[in-house]
Write a protein that binds this ligand. Structure first.
Ligand code: SF4
Length: 249
């Protein structure tokens, strides 16, 4: 079976969505003034984290001047590196013992995730942070393959926001888990147990969690507080069998 690193390399070369290819490359050429001296990545941002992750976090899409910028010639450290959403997410992951440090600013800053992988339902930065449903459908094939490769170990999935939820439920079904009909609705705090389909490899079930996205619109307004995010991550880590523990301070 293909290794996750090989899948990540194939994702990084994808050009399936013409609008997103044009946008990510245009942003990489024109840059934001504050980053004018940097070489933008300008390509799809693959998932980040160990290939035997027990917990998968599914976001939305990389930011034009975040994940789309921070690769410096190699793939960035996932969707959230180098943007404000990442500041919130990595702080929370660190606080519950799932990350080696509370920030992820650049590809060479030494961040390590413990048993956790972060991925996106859309791997390219979209205009106005809004991929279309069609682009989500196109990119879902990558998410299905990532889930299949994680099947031996993944036991919990946290989805950040309704957009990612819409991509993840059918991807989980395609990758081999039983998703109830009608499909469960997205909500912050949603928790759904999914059985694995019977098969030769005896696929294990997993628990699916909904959480508001870590966007500035949610975090600046207090719709999603750090305590709410920590609570979902800690519960999901326990469900996944991870020994996350609070950091001091
Ligand atoms: S969004 Fe996904 S499918 Fe579309 S070009 Fe990027 S990596 Fe490929």
């Amino acid at each position: 079976m293909e290794a996750l690193a090989d899948l990540d390399a194939r994702i990084a070369g994808c050009r399936a969505c013409p609008r997103l290819v044009a946008w990510r490359e245009e942003v990489a050429r024109t840059k934001r003034a504050a980053f004018a001296d940097q070489t933008y990545w300008g390509r799809p941002v693959p998932g980040f984290g160990p290939s035997d992750a027990r917990l998968l976090i599914v976001g939305l899409a990389p930011a034009a001047h975040g994940g789309n910028r921070t690769g410096l010639g190699v793939p960035p450290l996932g969707e959230f590196t180098g943007d404000r959403s990442g500041d919130v997410l990595y702080r929370a992951l660190y606080d519950v013992g799932l990350a080696s440090q509370p920030t992820s600013v650049a590809v060479d800053d030494g961040l390590e995730l413990y048993g956790v992988r972060v991925t996106a339902p859309v791997h390219c930065a979209p205009p106005a942070n809004k991929p279309t449903p069609g682009e989500r459908e196109t990119c879902r094939a990558w998410l299905v393959q990532e889930l299949r490769l994680l099947r031996p170990t993944v036991r919990a999935v946290v989805v950040l926001g309704a957009f990612g939820w819409q991509a993840t439920l059918p991807a989980l079904a395609e990758a081999g888990w039983r998703v109830p009909r009608p499909r469960p609705a997205f909500a912050h705090g949603a928790r759904v147990a999914l059985d694995g389909l019977d098969g030769p490899d005896g696929l294990a079930g997993l628990e699916l969690f909904g959480c508001f996205h870590v966007s500035q619109r949610n975090t600046f307004t207090g719709r999603l507080t750090p305590a709410m995010l920590r609570a979902v991550l800690a519960t999901a880590a326990t469900a996944a069998g991870l020994p996350g523990m609070p950091h001091e301070g």
